[in-house]
Ligand binder design. Sequence first.
Ligand SMILES: NC(=O)c1ccc[n+]([C@@H]2O[C@H](COP(=O)([O-])OP(=O)(O)OC[C@H]3O[C@@H](n4cnc5c(N)ncnc54)[C@H](OP(=O)(O)O)[C@@H]3O)[C@@H](O)[C@H]2O)c1
Length: 422
Amino acid sequence: MASVALGGSAVHLANGSGAACVNCSTLRSSRALASSQRSFRGIPLAAGGGRSSTGGAKEHSSSSSSSRTRAQAQAVDSWPSPSAASTEPETVQLGRSEVYVPRLGVGSWSWGDAFFWHEGGWDDRKAKEAKAAFEASVDSGLPFFDTAEVYGQKWGGGDDSETLLGRFIKERQKAKPTESTKVVVATKFAALPWRFGRGSVVSAVKSSLQRLGISQIDLYQLHWPGLWGNDAFVDGLADAVELGLVKAVGVSNYKEQRLRDAYTQLKKRGVILASNQVHYSLVYRNPEQNGVKKACDELGVSLIAYSPLGQGVLTGKYSRTKLPSGARGKTYNEQFMTELEPLMTRMKEIGQLHGGKTPTQVSLNWLLAQGNVIPIPGAKSASQAQEFAGALGWSLSGSEVEELRSIAKNVKPVMGFPAELI
Ligand SMILES: NC(=O)c1ccc[n+]([C@@H]2O[C@H](COP(=O)([O-])OP(=O)(O)OC[C@H]3O[C@@H](n4cnc5c(N)ncnc54)[C@H](OP(=O)(O)O)[C@@H]3O)[C@@H](O)[C@H]2O)c1
């Protein structure tokens, strides 16, 4: 599934050997797979279908006997259905790219963060909890992590989120050298005002690869549109694909027209725009109203939903008398939490009807019900990550989905990230 094998077996599969090796490099798997395998989840790749040195990488060791070509597979009108592999996590295709991901990813913004998520600062105990969140995510069938070059602050007493993720991957490889589970890594380029030109994207990718300790990133995203230079940044994404540094590319916080323009620009370079990562949850449904969701569906671009738990307020642990601490408490204030009460009450009732699902699981399942959405809830601990996994394997009914949307309309949404508008 991914370019980073936790153990050695993916590499050995590619080499045709079943033997495991200790400390197989994370760097070798996707390249080895790319050069030695020409099928993709059991679907033979169309001749000449690869577009780069990474183009033929096999994502999955599924033994499906389907003989559809990739081109045929991409031509289907409906959204790809999750794979039914019994031992691998349920996966979906990331847009129309060659990357397959679990239906839910896990966000790592809080890992190494010393301010927004951890007002008391970052310390060893929090690092251990972040590591436990990583381990529990992988163990629960969610080995897909979203990070960014700007997450975490080494300079502020924290740590780089990318560095932490890379370390967790390596430590798990060392502890479980024969494990075949592969981690999918998504990270992002920060379009800071002093960055110019397509070369800045390529050099940022190389720095991220170094921090992560891997040779190829599964999904590389432009974190937000810059004040200027965006066409060059999109070209930089295509350059990174051509150089084999990244497997798939995406954008984030892109409004509809920007999304369409980026899609077209990449298409001219023969590169698929795989995803647009935007703020989307029951209490922030802007993508449904601003054309982004519709455009993603139309173009075959996955919508990756960030802050899918409303930064924690949809989990049920906060209330008008127990506001989240720090900056979150100012956004999700008493008025917001009061307006949220009927929604939380109904989510709890509906969760009970589904065998005791929690509000966290109902929130994530609601997003999954929209189709073409991959939520990436942030996990600070093992128990939070384990709870995410319970959002899979069942479905809200159509009427429950609509009822929750309708109740959620009474909650005034918080202000979105201004980059969505530019
Ligand atoms: N592209 C962008 O511009 C952008 C922007 C924002 C986020 N993101 C990405 O999206 C990811 C997720 O978004 P987010 O972290 O902003 O918000 P979120 O996923 O809506 O909320 C995450 C927070 O909710 C709480 N929580 C999570 N699971 C819980 C559980 N089972 N029970 C109780 N509380 C739980 C935790 O905080 P507490 O325990 O402290 O309450 C956790 O940090 C980020 O990590 C990042 O990767 C991207």
